[in-house]
Design a protein around this ligand. Structure first.
Ligand code: DCP
Ligand code: CA
Length: 387
């Protein structure tokens, strides 16, 4: 049996929670926003309000014109996060492999399930969430994260959509490329210039041309358009979060300058590797986080065959992850972290690890110079000028 991924997305999350805690709001157009009297935007609109064209991100003024009789309330983030954590707790009872993806989305992985059994399990999960929280959700089922994520959009609200291996284009081929996960504005413009407007156009486009134009990211685009994705589930659950060591940096200004972004990655990788050595850890999994100027955030992860603690291994992996996933839009924040950590003493006895010792001694010498003279005393070529 191949792996099966579920993407769970709560329906109109914030406004559903408000409707739940106040019965007077049920069945009515409810709009949750920052401050209903200020120039804030709609965080979410109940499905009743969406009938009037309201959607997330719309300025309140416009929303009030479209739906003057709507009930505008200011959000209560604590309540939403609390509900979110409790929902994750319930999802965890179905599988240990749960990856929270946003405040109201999560990926679940099942390794011992068939596609025939999957919709039944999805209904059980939906019933359970409805019974315990009074909330509905939509579930997408697919052979990987991209397919599951896009499937969950297809029958919202309160739907279950299954897309089996090889059927991605039957479901999504006719959609606009902007519907694909991770495609930003700049990429869309470039694709349009190539005459690509639908997902299927991109899926069938010659890869060499995409690579020429987008580099590694071109190959990622083509794979995404074909519903191919081997990114792993990153399990997390409050209390048993796998330990990780990481650094992230909000850039002084939003930028799409690859040179600058790359040197920031070098710097972050060096800092992380240094902390690992200082705390006595080696790790085998690298995660890169890219937050774009519009706050959409992507985390991408790679598990290596062996444990490492070296800057260069960390940086090479982080760089590859970045180049494969960077969509060319302006970036606001970058992060690098390492998980799959093991205390170094535990594997020092392993003969394979001995081969690494020479390099490690050298790196330790560099660390001790930095300890004495500061972070900037020795720099790798690429990180000079990162500020
Ligand atoms: N949210 C926000 N600002 C946005 C988008 C979303 O504050 N621009 C918040 C409010 C949402 C929650 O995040 O309730 C989840 O976002 P979704 O995009 O999943 O939207 P909903 O859950 O509201 O609706 P849907 O039923 O389409 O998933
Ligand atoms: Ca949602």
């Amino acid at each position: 049996m191949s792996r099966i991924i579920f993407h769970i997305d709560m329906d109109a999350f914030f406004s559903s929670i408000e409707q739940l805690s106040n019965p007077n709001l049920r069945g009515k157009p409810v709009i949750v926003c920052g401050d209903p009297n200020s120039r804030s935007v709609v965080a979410t609109a109940s499905y009743e309000a969406r009938l009037f064209g309201l959607k997330s991100g719309m300025p309140i003024g416009k929303a009030r014109r479209l739906c003057p009789h709507g009930i505008y309330i200011s959000g209560n983030p604590k309540k939403y996060v609390y509900t979110s954590v409790r929902i994750l707790g319930v999802l965890r009872q179905f599988t240990a492999r749960v990856e929270p993806f946003s405040v109201d989305e999560a990926f679940l992985e099942f390794e011992d399930l068939s596609f025939q059994e999957a919709p039944g399990l999805a209904s059980m999960i939906k019933q359970r969430i409805l019974r315990e929280f009074g909330l509905t959700c939509s579930i997408g089922i697919g052979p990987n994260k991209i397919v599951a994520k896009m499937a969950s959009e297809l029958n919202k609200p309160d739907g279950v959509t299954l897309i089996e291996e090889g059927k991605f284009l039957d479901f999504l081929g006719d959609k606009d490329v902007t519907a694909l996960w991770g495609i930003g504005e700049k990429t869309t413009i470039k694709l349009r210039n190539l005459g690509i407007s639908r997902v299927i156009d991109l899926a069938h486009f010659p890869e060499p041309t995409l690579r020429k134009l987008f580099g590694e990211y071109g190959a990622y685009l083509k794979m995404t358009a074909n519903g191919i994705d081997d990114s792993p589930i990153i399990p997390y659950y409050q209390g048993v979060e796998p330990k990780s060591i990481g650094h992230e940096r909000t850039l002084p200004y939003d930028t799409d300058d690859r040179g600058y972004l790359m040197s920031t990655l070098v710097r972050l990788s060096e800092q992380v590797a240094r902390r690992m050595r200082k705390d006595g850890y080696v790790g085998d999994t690298v995660t890169v986080k890219i937050r774009y100027a519009d706050f959409t955030t992507f985390t991408r992860q790679k598990k290596l065959a062996d444990c490492f603690e070296r800057d260069d291994i960390l940086f090479d992996t982080a760089k590859r992850l970045f180049l494969t996933n960077f969509n060319g839009d302006e970036v606001r924040l970058l992060g690098v972290s390492v998980s799959g950590l093991t205390k170094k003493e535990e594997i020092l006895s392993d003969p394979l690890f001995q081969a690494d010792i020479l390099h490690r001694n050298c790196t330790e010498a560099v660390d001790s110079i930095r300890d004495r003279f500061g972070e900037d005393s020795i720099k790798r070529g690429g990180s000079i000028g990162t500020g």
